[in-house]
Design a protein around this ligand. Sequence first.
Ligand code: PLP
Length: 397
Amino acid sequence: MKLAKRLSNLGTENAFEVLSEVHRLKAAGRDIISFAIGEPDFNTSDNIKQAGIQAIRGNFTHYSPSAGILPLREAIAGYISATRNIRAYPDEVVVTPGGKPIIYYVLHALIDPGDEVIYPNPGFPIYESVIRFTGGVPVPAPILEEKDFSLDTAGLEKLITPRTKLIILNSPHNPTGGMLTAKDLTTIAELACRHNLWVLSDEIYSRITYDDTFASISSLPGMQQRTIILDGFSKTYAMTGWRLGYGVMPQELAIQIARLITNCESCTNTFVQYAGLEALAGPQNFVDSMISEFRARRDLIVAGLNSIAGVSCKIPKGAFYVFPNITEACSRLGLSNSKALQQHLLYNGDVAVLPRTAFGAQNAGEKQEYLRLSYATNREIIIKGLERIEKALRTPK
Ligand code: PLP
């Protein structure tokens, strides 16, 4: 098939390969416990579902403005102003089908071929994929266990060159659950201002935090005018399949992102936007109870992993992932890397996890091996899954 050359630069989310393998094994009758999926196992709460149904009944089934319906943009501007301690206006908000399109559109709006983009590694694989797709140069910034899975801010300045245009941040972080500290944010903001850089701050997990309070780089002096906040409804309101997210950014850029939307999907599903309005304006106790359940599961899974020989797991500060160090487990079993251990657990232990390499190639000098487990699954399954991991790690491949 004669495809366009640019497609050879497009990556993907390897997680989906593991997911389709899990489906294949399940269809073949295997009982697989999956820690691979990055979405809440909770269902969307009833008030949000009702608002969506009402909107369909009320015939909110037509096109809406490309940037989103005004009441939702007003509600988002209000929410962001209150939670980020800034003044955000509806004209600075662009609503999209999920938070993911903000990554795609913002990189297409800002990056010319040859521009360098610094992004977290390990990190959400779509960053590197889309940077390459725009012709930009991906520059990985290590996320280190010894820094509690925060960004290596000391090394960050060395990565900045005259071609650097944008830094991508993600806190709380997928896949490690790490968070940027106030000190990290100050250092990064100072660098962004000094080198005149844009910052894409992926705050999709901002509500799912446990011990530390979430802070956004956009709150710091001089940062709002150079920051694009990415947030959405998928994780906070268990709405992954509805596809609803947004970006908050300087108005001039928002106009360009809306123009890209006009060229692509025209607008986000109109009645879904009304459901989103209810999510923001309605009761929040569903979110609070989901997060307290996540906290209990986090404590359960961290304790369980740390009791397994060859595994050591830091307590994540946010999101719903753990990122255990399995270097010793690999060497005990004679396995060369996290991918080999992931395969061993899947085929010999009936447990699906993701290898570190699903989140980017190892950084120069990186010697440790890791897995990502999502604990967005109920406690009985977590306990059963941990037993299987423990057994598989005792069993030679
Ligand atoms: N950013 C990060 C770090 C994510 O982990 C995800 C989803 O897994 C997204 C963005 C995209 O979320 P959405 O489902 O809203 O597109």
